[in-house]
Design a protein around this ligand. Structure first.
Ligand code: ATP
Length: 367
């Protein structure tokens, strides 16, 4: 079993770059943790500190509950796979995968069995005799995975292992990788800047920005209830609608939520009231995912947002409507049957919205 805990871990490089800034993160035994963030946010540096390839400037890297700051990499029972996986070109697939076992002095018979098991789990059992140059990119990546995993590491570290592959293959391999590591029960930390990869593969996602950890949670949590405005805007396509609003709670128990020029008068028992009531008297940012907004007919009673359709965008399985609601534009997923999708922009006039999706993701002045 392997657990990882980072306690106030900071890395400042010699030139003064703060690559990682006081990160606290726990990775549970058998968990698939994805580190997600834009290029340069410090993901690889975190991974390299866990591997022992980089020393933290301060803080503690704990493996299985013990301080590991001074533990040499080879004693950490870790396997790593990088984006530029290097296979030995002169060796067969079989020998490439078997190599770490050979180095560890494993006898030929159990060695052969382990290689066969790993190769069949990765779907490369039929290419064991080939050289790397005779393989496709996806097969080469599977061999690199096989070589990393054959020693049954306690912890698997992967740094953008799929980024050199085309998108079809990436989708296929990401399911295989997360399936395989779960089957083996290996604790995994996986670095990527690709949110689709993160959300589909992870048990939990840790989102970083400029060396700082922004949010940690299951894909559903970080997508649905992002901890910061940054995460709200970073995750999801189309981007979450973020609108400035102000909140006023009236003593006779209703709430005014003012978005731009529109005021919604929400009864106390409206779920939206409860979401915003504790921001009484403040300006906030309300986040609304396009798919959480339901278009309704113009004469629908109740408090609904009104907007003028600016244009529609068709994506095959869904359509996005871009609306002006006063000064701000918002996106709505699937404008629904009542609107003629081919009508010229704007012509439909006002629409009203039954469900203002009501997520408060931060204060208006948050960066
Ligand atoms: P990418 O996805 O592009 O690999 P990343 O999120 O993995 O990015 P890191 O490689 O961890 O980011 O780098 C974090 C920051 O630290 C960057 O600003 C980078 O330029 C800087 N950095 C990395 N290694 C060094 C080094 N050896 N010396 C100085 N600065 C470094």
């Amino acid at each position: 079993m392997t657990t990882v805990a980072l306690k106030d871990v900071t890395k400042v490089f010699r030139d003064g770059t703060v690559a990682v800034d006081s990160i606290n993160l726990d990775v549970n035994d058998g968990e698939f943790m994805v580190l997600l963030g834009p290029s340069g946010c410090g993901k690889s540096t975190v991974l390299r500190m866990v591997a022992g390839l980089e020393d933290p400037t301060s803080g503690a890297v704990m493996l299985n509950g013990e301080l590991a700051n001074d533990l040499p990499p080879r004693e950490r029972k870790i396997a790593m796979v990088f984006q530029d996986f290097a296979l030995y070109p002169h060796m067969s697939v079989n020998d490439n995968i078997a190599f770490p076992l050979k180095l560890a002095g494993v006898e030929p018979t159990p060695r052969g069995e382990r290689v066969t098991d790993v190769a069949s789990a990765l779907g490369i059992g039929d290419v064991l005799a080939r050289r790397p140059s005779q393989l496709s990119g996806g097969q080469r990546q599977r061999v690199a995975m096989g070589r990393a995993i054959v020693r049954r590491p306690g912890l698997f570290l992967m740094d953008e292992p799929l980024s050199n592959l085309d998108s079809g293959l990436r989708a296929e391999l990401r399911a295989e990788i997360s399936g395989l590591t779960r089957e083996l029960g290996v604790t995994t930390i996986y670095v990527t800047h690709d949110q689709a990869e993160a959300l589909t593969m992870a048990d939990r996602v840790a989102i970083m920005r400029k060396g700082v950890l922004q949010d940690v949670g299951t894909p559903t949590q970080v997508y649905g209830r992002p901890a910061t405005l940054y995460v709200a805007a970073f995750l999801g396509s189309p981007r979450m609608n973020l609108l400035e609003a102000s909140v006023y709670v009236h003593l006779d128990r209703y709430v005014t939520l003012t978005l731009g020029e529109q005021a919604l008068y929400l009864p106390w028992d409206d779920i939206r009231s409860r979401a915003v009531a504790h921001y009484h008297g403040e300006r906030i940012v309300v986040g609304m995912r396009a798919e959480a907004l339901t278009p309704v007919a113009p004469d629908t009673p109740g408090d609904v947002l009104q907007g003028r359709i600016r244009y529609l965008e068709h994506h095959g399985h869904e359509s996005l409507a871009f609306l002006d609601i006063g000064a701000t534009a918002i996106m709505v997923d699937d404008i629904g049957a009542p609107v003629d999708a081919d009508a010229p922009p704007g012509q439909r006039g006002l629409r009203r919205f039954g469900q203002v999706m009501q997520r408060i993701t931060g204060r208006a002045n948050e960066p």
